[in-house]
Ligand binder design. Structure first.
Ligand SMILES: C[S@@+](CC[C@H](N)C(=O)[O-])C[C@H]1O[C@@H](n2cnc3c(N)ncnc32)[C@H](O)[C@@H]1O
Length: 269
């Protein structure tokens, strides 16, 4: 692997420090009690990074992938995992998507999601927009907020890298929250299938995880989705929940990329 590719993310780490360190320190000075909640400090830092240009830059870099994945496929009630600034809502076709449910545990980002949803024509006042502040792993809370009505589409864009126990989270979401016949749309950076790239992803993860609020480079979430198993209805064993599944590379992405992406469309049986 080329040295420039192996250390490429240092520029991102440096850029994030330049954007977010000082404003985060200012918040710490203003609210010293934050010292007792390091996870909240991490969320504040991440929110500053995302608002300081990363959110829009990452969206731009994934635009054509998302136009191909989300716009023609998402339908009905759409659950957007880790909505960030609500970039996903801009890719929804309003004639097919009746409800946008944004799930974002980082409340520092909520005002951006509200604004994006409103611009796209989804509003809390008429029930076409719901904002949940829990994590993707909290399926009981998600279902309670939806009155136990399952969704038609789950979208995961660059989020499963940050979710605790992603394998279990994906299984619970697909089994309990997604309707039969529903879609799971996936665009994530994943553990590279190349061992040299994977070595560098594992090397950087302990540092990166602090700069980007728990984001890990070493997760094979594409494989977790493809090999997913759920219990048989009759309790007789395990089976794939998918009727159809497709996984593909991001177009024109070099294999040596530390943020090596996979794109997927899965249809629940
Ligand atoms: C890299 S950002 C991607 C944001 C958005 N999906 C996009 O494509 O612009 C990852 C997002 O996942 C959120 N996140 C972190 N932990 C999460 C969890 N346990 N469940 C759901 N989202 C989470 C972060 O707050 C952040 O907004």
């Amino acid at each position: 692997m080329k040295a420039t590719a192996a250390v490429g993310l240092l520029t991102d780490i440096w850029a994030s420090i330049k954007i977010a360190l000082l404003p985060t320190l200012k918040e710490l000075v203003a609210r010293p009690s934050l010292f007792f909640t390091p996870s909240e400090i991490s969320r504040i830092f991440m929110a500053k990074v995302w608002a300081g240009g990363f959110g829009d830059g990452v969206d731009e870099g994934g635009r054509s992938t998302k136009e191909h994945l989300i716009t023609p496929n998402a339908f009905g009630a759409v659950l957007d995992l880790g909505a960030g600034h609500g970039h996903t809502v801009r890719y929804l076709d309003h004639t097919k998507v009746s409800r946008y449910i944004a799930l974002e545990p980082n409340t520092n980002m909520h005002s951006f999601i509200r604004e994006a949803a409103s611009e796209a024509g989804y509003h809390e006042s008429d029930g076409s927009f719901i904002l949940l502040s829990c994590g993707a792993e909290e399926t009981t809370k998600i279902l309670a907020a939806l009155d136990s009505v399952q969704v038609d589409t789950v979208v995961s864009i660059l989020t499963l890298c940050s979710v605790p126990d992603p394998e279990k989270t994906i299984r619970n979401l697909v089994r309990d929250v997604l309707k039969p016949g529903g879609l799971f749309l996936f665009y994530e950076h994943v553990l590279s299938h190349r061992s040299d790239v994977a070595w560098w992803q594992r090397f950087w993860t302990p540092i990166w995880v602090h700069a980007f609020d728990g984001c890990r480079l070493d997760r094979p979430t594409d494989i977790y989705c493809a090999d997913l198993k759920v219990e048989e209805d009759n309790g007789g064993g395990l089976r794939s929940p998918w009727r159809e599944q497709e996984l593909w590379n991001k177009v024109d992405e070099p294999e040596e990329h530390l943020f090596w992406h996979q794109v997927g469309k899965f249809v629940k049986d």
